[in-house]
Write a protein that binds this ligand. Structure first.
Ligand code: E4P
Length: 288
């Protein structure tokens, strides 16, 4: 059962329903799950099909994704399941809208993942005004976080998640946890309609520090959540210190939250690289 002294909601980061089952049984609860094209590409059942020589079209893969998401949704009907659109840096808003509306019919508890590009923001603005829930992904800067906030202003709390990525900043020597601290601090001064979903959690220490900070939500791989279960789901005490090693902190930027969303500098190389990787992983599944 959920520890009493925990502020953060716990999500599993996985494209495999077997892991949902395993984590649910170890923790006794799960608030949601996030998926993405790379995680679906790692699904053991799908890998098995491919290694058995099955030829799959892009429609087959999409149907497989739908089946996975439906299976997960049935296990956590009270939770949220993030489903990601297929998009690169150039994907126009119309294409995202078509995919998002279709994916949203798959399950009753979806948050549709959209990238923080100009089209992604426009799509988020339109879809949330229709009552759809979104998870804005591949966030690496406060400017991007602020643009999401402004593009979805007025939307009710619970309908907009923002996913700042930790591990991919760490990968280039920047302290991803300092970025989480910065977005958390920036949103502390906001109306709270955008919830911070810490993503790209790679280590137990990332997970622990997210709990210590009390971010709204954290998504972590099964391995880390199972480790947490082994630690009796402990929540770090106030004295907990995160060791950033030799990584450089990202400095807090004083970003105002009242500009037009097109006025923020939303470009980030890691967003573009992340989109390219999702597309490549997805396309690698399609038989030529
Ligand atoms: C979840 O929403 C993210 O897509 C995921 O956490 C990314 O993790 P990674 O950087 O380890 O691929």
């Amino acid at each position: 059962m959920r520890p009493q002294n925990i502020k953060t909601r716990i999500f599993l980061d996985s494209g495999d329903p077997q892991e949902t089952k395993q984590v649910l049984s170890a923790l006794g609860f799960l608030d949601g799950q996030t998926t993405n094209p790379s995680l679906i590409a790692k699904n053991p059942e799908l890998k098995n099909k491919l290694s058995n020589g099955e030829r799959l079209s892009s429609e087959d893969i999409n149907n497989f994704y739908k089946g996975v998401v439906q299976e997960i949704s049935r296990m956590i009907p009270q939770g949220s399941v993030s489903v990601e659109v297929y998009a690169d840096a150039e994907t126009p808003v119309e294409e995202m809208l078509v995919q998002a509306r279709e994916m949203n019919t798959w399950i009753p508890n979806a948050h549709i993942k959209l990238p923080i590009t100009a089209s992604g923001l426009e799509a988020a603005h339109i879809l949330t005004s229709e009552g759809m829930r979104v998870n804005m992904t591949l966030c690496f800067s406060q400017q991007q976080a602020a643009a999401v906030y402004v593009a979805t202003r007025g939307v009710k709390k619970g309908d907009v998640f923002l996913s700042p990525f930790i591990g991919r900043l760490d990968d280039q020597g920047e302290n991803g946890m300092s970025f989480i601290e910065n977005v958390h601090a920036m949103f502390a001064k906001s109306d709270g309609h955008v919830e911070l979903l810490a993503a790209s959690v790679r280590t137990y220490e990332h997970f622990e520090y997210c709990l210590k900070l009390g971010v709204d939500l954290v998504t972590a791989p099964a391995k880390i959540l199972l480790q947490w279960a082994e630690h009796a789901m402990e929540v770090p005490s106030d004295g907990y210190m995160y060791d950033k090693g030799i990584m450089k902190d990202l400095l807090y930027e004083d970003v105002v939250l009242d500009k037009k969303w097109g006025e923020y500098d939303i470009h980030h190389d890691l967003t573009d690289a992340g989109l390219a990787k999702f597309v490549a992983d997805w396309n690698s599944l399609i038989s030529k």
